[in-house]
Design a binder for this molecule. Structure first.
Ligand code: SAH
Length: 266
């Protein structure tokens, strides 16, 4: 519970993507989507006035929050006294999280600012060795895209690269009406669980390059879209090159990258 009900509410700022959730049962449901197992720390990105935070604070794990908005930080420090030492007033995208977590694992959670949600996912992928679980609310289409499988219209770069390292599950949809101010679009909550005991059979950098290059021209066959990689004629005869990127599963993208890597090394 907020400890000082007299504190002024934070005024929503558009440039920070602030849409405050005002439905307690949805906040609790989002907080409960993590397992809270296998790590001692949870990092909430963009806590705002702490609607989710208060449910996280009930768990045995230690809650940390990172918030860019000084007004929200002041509100949090005044209203959640036992959180005050663990409020990081920083930009999540720029801050070096090892300053707080060193090499310890931590989970990520949040009702994210939608203008930077894709970058939040990419930073998570970079730090995945320390992030076994990730739950969060995105713009619905982005959440669906991250979780979608091959053959779907929204399957793309974000789907393949996330699912190369995490199992992705779309949990539920949230309507605009439960936010203040309401966003123009629906929201979706998803859960990512890292694939354990798993290593890529190909270079990660090359996988990113192949996936991005292929989806830049998603209507073309891989034979056409991957021309710029200077592959041998022999390799380009392989039937996989007759496919379009949206037809390839994550496993097939990894196999494709492995073939390309061997070809480039020859
Ligand atoms: N979790 C709160 C607020 C969601 S709005 C709720 O559900 O009500 C998104 C929040 O992210 C805002 O508080 C905004 O200030 C914060 N934010 C925006 N950009 C950020 C960044 N780069 N790093 C950290 N927090 C950010």
């Amino acid at each position: 519970m907020a400890q000082n009900a007299n504190q002024h509410q934070v005024k929503a700022k558009k440039y920070l993507g602030q849409h405050f959730l005002n439905d307690e049962s949805i906040a609790e449901k989002i907080a409960n989507s993590l397992s809270f197992k296998g790590y001692k720390h949870v990092l909430e990105i963009g806590p705002g006035m702490g609607v989710l935070t208060k449910y996280l604070l009930k768990k045995e794990t230690t809650t940390h929050v990172i918030e860019i908005d000084p007004e929200s930080v002041e509100y949090l420090k005044n209203n959640y006294l036992n959180l005050a030492d663990r409020v990081i007033e920083q930009d999540f995208l720029k801050y070096n999280l090892n300053e707080v977590f060193e090499n310890e694992p931590f989970a990520i959670i949040g009702n994210f600012p939608y203008n930077i949600s894709t970058q939040i996912v990419f930073k998570t992928l970079e730090m995945r060795d320390q992030i076994p679980e990730f739950a969060g609310m995105f713009q619905k289409e982005v959440a669906q895209r991250i979780c979608s499988k091959e053959g779907s219209k929204v399957y793309g770069i974000l789907s393949v690269l996330t699912q190369a390292f995490y199992d992705a599950e779309y949990l539920f949809t949230v309507p605009p009406s439960v936010f203040n101010p309401p966003p123009k679009v629906e929201s979706g909550v998803l859960l990512l669980k890292r694939k354990e005991n798993y290593t890529l059979s190909c270079s990660e950098d090359l996988l990113f390059k192949v996936v991005k290059t292929a989806f830049q021209q998603r209507r073309k066959t891989l034979r056409n879209s991957l021309k710029t990689l200077n592959l041998s004629d022999n390799l380009r005869e392989d039937s996989i090159f007759g496919m379009r990127p949206e037809q390839l599963s994550v496993v097939e993208f990894i196999r494709l990258t492995t073939l390309i890597e061997n070809d480039l090394n020859n």
